[in-house]
Design a protein. Sequence first.
Length: 240
Amino acid sequence: MKGVNALADPEQSCFKDIDREALFSPNHSGEAPRILMLYGSLRERSFSRFAAEEAARVLAALGAEVRFFHPRDLPFPDAAPVEHPKVQELRELVTWCDGMVWSTPERHGAMTGIMKAQIDWIPLSLGSVRPTQGKTLAVMQVCGGSQSFNAVNQLRILGRWMRLLTIPNQSSVAKAWDEFDEAGRMKPSPYYNRIVDVMEELMKFTVLTKDSRDYMVDRYSERVESHAELSARVNQSSAT
């Protein structure tokens, strides 16, 4: 069955068939995808930052506009007002971007507090705007020892909570201290190749979705709610 006749629901006026023209519109903007890089360590030789910088080089080569948020001086969540300059900088960058890369060390089997603090400062909504909804996300981690996926698994949960389109591929660099040279550049290796793979995939998903993002996150439940609010207002106006 197809269309509203298939829906056993009183709000059939809010149910819509899939608009393929909206999804596959040939009128793409052609603008470079805007990608924000977040990393989770303040060390001078921060391997999560090094990995993010390598990823940023790949993204730039693929045609992206890339910006970094540097978390030094970002206060703990709730320890400062949202007007704090670093909080405002982070939120403006999240609003600006079409997608993000989150790169964290694994510490005690989890992402770092620095990484989590950045994500916790990102709101689900800013007024009527949802700054992360429908945007793309790639997750990466660096490990001090053998390869692990604890941190990227946690980042995936947070990405889903933030309503981000988290791509299937991911990167986990084992023994990161041995994968970067003195200048902070990554040595040729399968780990580097995986980062290139992940950034290619992120670009493909971002280009595919950025111009149809508003349509992709248009929800039946929210249309029903808006319809109900409108009906209530109209009925109230008619009764006065």
